[in-house]
Design a protein around this ligand. Sequence first.
Ligand code: CAO
Length: 424
Amino acid sequence: MKALEGVKILDFTHVQSGPTCTQLLAWFGADCIKVERPGVGDATRGQLRDVPDADSLYFTMLNHNKRSITLNTKNETGKEVLERLVKECDVLVENFAPGALDRMGFGWDRIQELNPRMIMASVKGFGPGPYEDCKVYENVAQCTGGAASTTGFLGGPPTVTGAQIGDSGTGLHLALGIVTALYQREKTGRGQKVLAAMQDGVLNLCRVKLRDQQRLQHGPLNEYSQFGQDIPFGEAVPRAGNDSGGGQPGWILKCKGWETDPDAYVYFITQAAVWPAICDLIGKPEWKEEPGYATPPERLDKISQIFDTVEEWTKTKSKFEVMDTCNPLNIPCGPILSMKELAEEPSLRETGTVVEVDHPVRGKYLTVGCPVKLSDSPAEVTRSPLLGEHTSEILSDVLGYTGDEYDRVVSSGAVGDIKAEAAE
Ligand code: CAO
């Protein structure tokens, strides 16, 4: 038995943010019914295609463990089928542009009328306010949520990150909201609206920078390396390069081979508790007691110089040798792992964090597995559905269409091109 077994999700999501959320719920055992436009489907099926005529990795990697039904929800019969789905399901998840569901005739009032227990969960770019009607993609959210203004190097332009904190990050937030609403429904018997705005999700993940914004009113941010370089702070939190976001100074340092390998680097943290061990390691035992170096506050104006010295040592070792040497000494550090290294890492395969999946059109490919492991509800990753692959079984098994009624729906064109005999 899976944790969310018995929960039916009407998955109206597309692109990345919404599908991330419903994929997680499917991994936890929910029956996820993805509704897609006949003949078209989720736009990502065809985006960034690497294998001709096969669903793209963009699509497959976000839509595992789901079923796909094709349905034109603007067609009268399509609306009738959608109504049945709303009545049958526990949660509707969507990330359409603002207003699209209302235009379709399935706004919150109508949903409640059809099914008062329904939880209606939405990702939008912004919450209520001046930008609520805007369409939003990942990098827009990173820019409007505070990530871009605080990422990059001092003096350089704002920078977006590779981690999809706007899309996948907001999908994670929404999944938590849905499960919480399901829990509350146990007591109230009522559904509710759940909204995760991408700007809010990104800002939530950037909270340490909002912390620093307020600290700025009381003086310079002395753990930022610009403090040690005597560069004055402005009115807003600056970009801090690879400075650590916490109280323990850190930086990315070159390792052996950096001249040719773009990922031969390590993140190195000079945690106060292991300062003596660091001094011994880098050949500076005198810094353990030397005035100006012995305590964390004394070192703050010398952070760059200290990291230059540590780097002289890390440059003599591979990033893995640094890790192997520092770990027994409790010195926190992390090699910069490339996607190639992560894809090939055996321990990640063993835990199911990276999974190989077989697909009937594209063949074998790698994907991320469920990043949250439940001991009583292990996730097994199954391939993403082909467009409309489950239309027939959903119409008959989930919605109860049989015989003439089934034929009427199929011949109406509302569900695209499927074989009518499948319901027999
Ligand atoms: N049958 C019939 N029509 C359907 C349908 C179906 N099964 N599924 C979708 N449609 C229609 C919608 O009703 C909508 O029609 P109208 O514009 O006439 O109301 C239309 O398809 C397009 O939907 P959309 O506006 O959501 O898609 P878009 O490509 O114009 O915008 C996006 C995409 C992502 C910018 C927008 O959906 C959005 O801002 N979503 C919220 C924020 C979000 O999740 N962004 C992250 C995306 S991941 O990077």
